[in-house]
Design a protein around this ligand. Structure first.
Ligand SMILES: *[C@@H]1O[C@H](CO)[C@@H](O)[C@H](O)[C@H]1NC(C)=O
Ligand SMILES: *[C@@H]1O[C@H](CO)[C@@H](O)[C@H](O)[C@H]1NC(C)=O
Ligand SMILES: *[C@@H]1O[C@H](CO)[C@@H](O)[C@H](O)[C@H]1NC(C)=O
Ligand SMILES: *[C@@H]1O[C@H](CO)[C@@H](O)[C@H](O)[C@H]1NC(C)=O
Ligand SMILES: *[C@@H]1O[C@H](CO)[C@@H](O)[C@H](O)[C@H]1NC(C)=O
Length: 339
């Protein structure tokens, strides 16, 4: 294979700083296995391990680029039209980046693209608009991302798709994936190596081998991820501020995160210095809530609980808090040893 170093002087915005550096991608002749099909001018461009924080502008690649490898960089976002102009591109490898956000239309202008690898990123949100324009796509790899489910119709624009991989450590095999199982069967899509991660009863089973009647939402709720911080018993002093964070996989539209102390629901109360902030984490896969007690009093001693409520049941995480009266503060170091 003839290797000539193509001079791609590109401006990379390095995280936060904004200092400009130039960098080279490598460009090769692309020799396709089916000889005769590829033109001598077909190019493969490799920009791996270059610490890229964003996709290079499409016009920085040579004419007739058919393969573009952008794996092992630090790309976090794919903007609308990121690849417009690469009309001959057949293979795009974005594996092992930090992509968490993909704008609708990110892959517009790639009418010839056959293989797209998005594996080992942080994608939580996927929808039909993201894949718009990929009418020739045959192979899609979504393994190793953050999502626990995929919503109906996500792949509707991929009319040529033949192979799909979507194994994730959070993949929850329940009634919400029934559509996908049916679609895979109807379209005769090859699904290799995609196993359920949750519920535990289906862990490690190939999704394609599961009987549809086992994909239910009747079983007790099992969350692929559910964390309360602090997670360990805490000793705090009267007057201190105590922040709690609770974060759970977002697996049902009706999910709520609620706070309890010793079984009683805790409501926001500014006068008492109790603040509650709810949020849907950007990437669709997590729901979070933060509780802060800004001026903690001895009455706050007890079991504090983050409860995730859905129509499918509840699950909780609890932490024990002990509040010491401020007169004890003088003996802080002595007391520290006791707790
Ligand atoms: C790439 O293609 C465009 C339009 O077909 C042409 O104008 C341009 O000269 C080509 N660039 C190179 C480097 O061949
Ligand atoms: C994406 O960009 C294209 C052209 O730049 C525009 O026509 C289209 O409306 C945009 N789509 C979205 C969803 O923003
Ligand atoms: C999809 O990507 C994962 C992780 O990069 C890899 O292990 C797997 O083999 C890929 N699947 C296919 C069908 O290439
Ligand atoms: C998505 O969630 C992961 C895990 O908490 C986090 O690392 C990532 O920054 C999140 N992305 C966005 C856009 O919020
Ligand atoms: C879930 O919690 C709510 C209160 O937050 C309670 O009314 C309901 O009975 C609980 N459901 C289950 C199944 O425990």
């Amino acid at each position: 294979m003839r290797v000539d170093l193509l001079q791609l002087f590109v401006i990379l915005l390095l995280g936060g700083g904004g200092s400009a550096v130039s960098s080279d991608c490598k460009s090769y002749d692309e020799r396709s296995k089916s000889a005769g099909k590829s033109l001598p001018s077909d190019r493969k461009v490799v920009c791996s391990n270059m610490e890229l924080h964003q996709v290079l502008p499409p016009d920085s690649f040579p004419n007739r680029t058919v393969t573009l490898i952008l794996s092992n960089n630090k790309i976090q976002e794919l903007k609308n039209g990121s690849f417009i102009g690469l009309s001959t591109l057949e293979r795009l490898d974005l594996r092992s980046n930090m992509i968490s956000r993909i704008e609708p239309g990110a892959f517009l202008g790639l009418p010839a693209l056959k293989r797209l690898d998005l594996s080992n990123n942080r994608i939580g949100c996927l929808n039909v608009d993201i894949f718009k324009g990929l009418t020739s796509l045959v192979k899609l790899n979504l393994s190793g991302n953050m999502f626990s489910s995929l919503s109906q119709g996500t792949f509707d624009s991929l009319v040529s798709l033949k192979a799909l991989d979507f194994q994730t450590p959070y993949l929850l095999c329940d009634c919400n994936l029934l559509w996908l199982l049916r679609w895979i069967k109807d379209r005769n899509i090859a699904v290799k190596d995609t196993m359920c991660s949750y519920p535990r009863s289906l862990q490690g089973q190939l999704i394609t081998s599961i009987k549809p009647e086992l994909l239910t939402c009747d079983a007790p709720l099992e969350l692929p991820s559910f964390q309360l911080t602090p997670s360990q018993r805490q000793v705090v002093f009267q007057g201190d501020s105590l922040p709690f964070q609770c974060q759970a996989s977002f697996v049902a539209e009706d999910m709520q995160v609620l706070w309890y102390q010793d079984g009683r629901m805790v409501e926001p109360d500014a006068a008492q210095g109790i603040f509650i902030e709810k949020s849907m984490v950007q990437n669709c896969s997590l729901i979070a809530s933060a509780l802060t007690i800004s001026n903690i009093q001895p009455g706050s001693t007890g079991n504090w609980e983050c409860r995730v409520r859905t129509s499918r049941g509840n699950t909780t995480r609890t932490v024990h808090i002990v509040v010491l009266e401020s007169s004890a503060k003088m003996n802080q170091c002595l007391l520290c040893k006791w707790f």
